[in-house]
Design a binder for this molecule. Structure first.
Ligand SMILES: NC(=O)c1ccc[n+]([C@@H]2O[C@H](COP(=O)([O-])OP(=O)(O)OC[C@H]3O[C@@H](n4cnc5c(N)ncnc54)[C@H](O)[C@@H]3O)[C@@H](O)[C@H]2O)c1
Length: 346
């Protein structure tokens, strides 16, 4: 078990405990704290949380709404949680996002901890402080920055995670490898079979490197005014595909399709060597994310136009510049539309 620290300037710090058995570290600090647990009903609940007052999240991604958040806030209030209280989210990115927003809002903000139970939440969403709920108009349109003070990343909680969700999490690790960390990419390439077979020795470095890479970016830019935007690689199209599917296709699968698109675009624009783009696309396919046909462009465009990254009719689009690096470019919606039409036709 190792501990990493995220200490952005002028923002509250987070401590991330990572490794098999990490949840054992929950018991001691909870002896002296009043805590409420927001849990995923499908995920295992660590013994240290079992006896605490709790509420189960309902309706998966479609329950990631202001109404879902209000339900949690009322349960916290009914349990008598006060300003010294603590909210612990135990689940995937959905439970973490709704829980984090509730913790940010309740009594104008209480302490928040996360126990991620999906690979996606472990490698990505539990660190960095972004919390959000969806509107029918689009993904994550309402939220707050409220970092978890403590995160307990225990890969043993992944035991019963469905394969589709496991691969969804691997897509975020692939994003991190393609956009930020060439060594992570190489590890994912070298140990693909073992990682797909859920060999914990091969998976552990994926989790640690992904979190370390995210911490490095968040420490430089906690409020996403600069380099943190590069973590949106694959997400502009990914979020549009997710909303277009009515939130039925898992987040990581949509991000993976967005990565294919960004890689194709970067290679066509001469931003990235074509051979590297093909290598990254081949690795995505190896992890169960082939370059599937896109829906018609006119169906995607309304979702793209509502993206948080649209400023003055141009999308702030992230493109890879090589394996392990990326850049951001303003792309007029019309140009994006043309590129998507070319992808649909190819
Ligand atoms: N805040 C951030 O920085 C950030 C980053 C990336 C993604 N996200 C958000 O995270 C969400 C996606 O998260 P996710 O992929 O974890 O999805 P999720 O939370 O919906 O979980 C996926 C599925 O796995 C089930 N599950 C969870 N843990 C399990 C376990 N251990 N065993 C068996 N089943 C289990 C859940 O019930 C659900 O059906 C999206 O809403 C996305 O927008 C947030």
């Amino acid at each position: 078990v190792i501990t990493l620290h995220c200490r952005p300037a002028h923002e509250p710090p987070s401590e991330v405990v990572i490794g098999p058995g990490a949840v054992a570290a929950l018991a001691e600090p909870l002896r002296t704290r009043a805590a409420f647990v927001y849990r995923d009903p499908a995920a295992p609940l660590p013994a240290a949380l079992a006896a605490l007052p709790q509420l189960a999240h309902a309706d998966g991604e479609s329950g990631k709404t202001l109404a879902g958040c209000e339900r949690l806030l009322r349960a916290m209030s009914a349990a008598g949680l006060d300003r010294g209280g603590l909210l612990i989210a135990c689940g995937g990115g959905v439970v973490g996002d709704v829980g984090g927003l509730a913790a940010a809002l309740y009594l104008r903000g209480i302490e928040f901890w996360q126990v991620p139970t999906t690979l996606l939440a472990m490698v990505d969403s539990s660190v960095g402080g972004k919390t959000a709920v969806n509107l029918p108009e689009g993904k994550n349109l309402v939220g707050a920055l409220h970092p978890a003070a403590r995160v307990f990343v225990d890969v043993e909680l992944l035991d019963g995670l469905p394969e589709r969700e496991y691969r969804s999490g691997l897509a975020e690790a692939l994003k991190m490898g393609i956009g930020c960390d060439a060594e992570l990419f190489a590890h994912l390439e070298r140990h693909a079979d073992a990682i797909l077979a859920r060999d914990l020795a091969a998976l552990d470095p994926v989790v640690v490197r992904s979190i370390a890479a995210k911490i490095a970016v968040v420490e430089r830019d906690p409020r996403e005014q600069g380099p943190r935007r590069l973590l949106n690689l694959g997400h502009t199209l990914g979020h549009a595909l997710e909303a277009h599917s009515g939130f039925l296709v898992p987040h990581g699968h949509c991000v993976a399709r967005g990565l294919h698109f960004a890689l194709g675009l970067a290679a066509a624009a001469g931003l990235m060597p074509a051979a590297q783009a093909s290598r990254a696309q081949a690795l995505l396919a190896r992890y169960g994310h082939p370059r599937t046909p896109l829906p018609p462009v006119d169906e995607l465009l309304p979702f793209l136009a509502r993206d948080k990254k649209v400023i003055a009719g141009a999308v702030q689009f992230v493109l890879p510049t090589g394996i392990g690096s990326a850049c951001q470019q303003a792309m007029p919606l019309a140009a994006l539309q043309a590129a998507l039409a070319a992808d649909v036709a190819s």
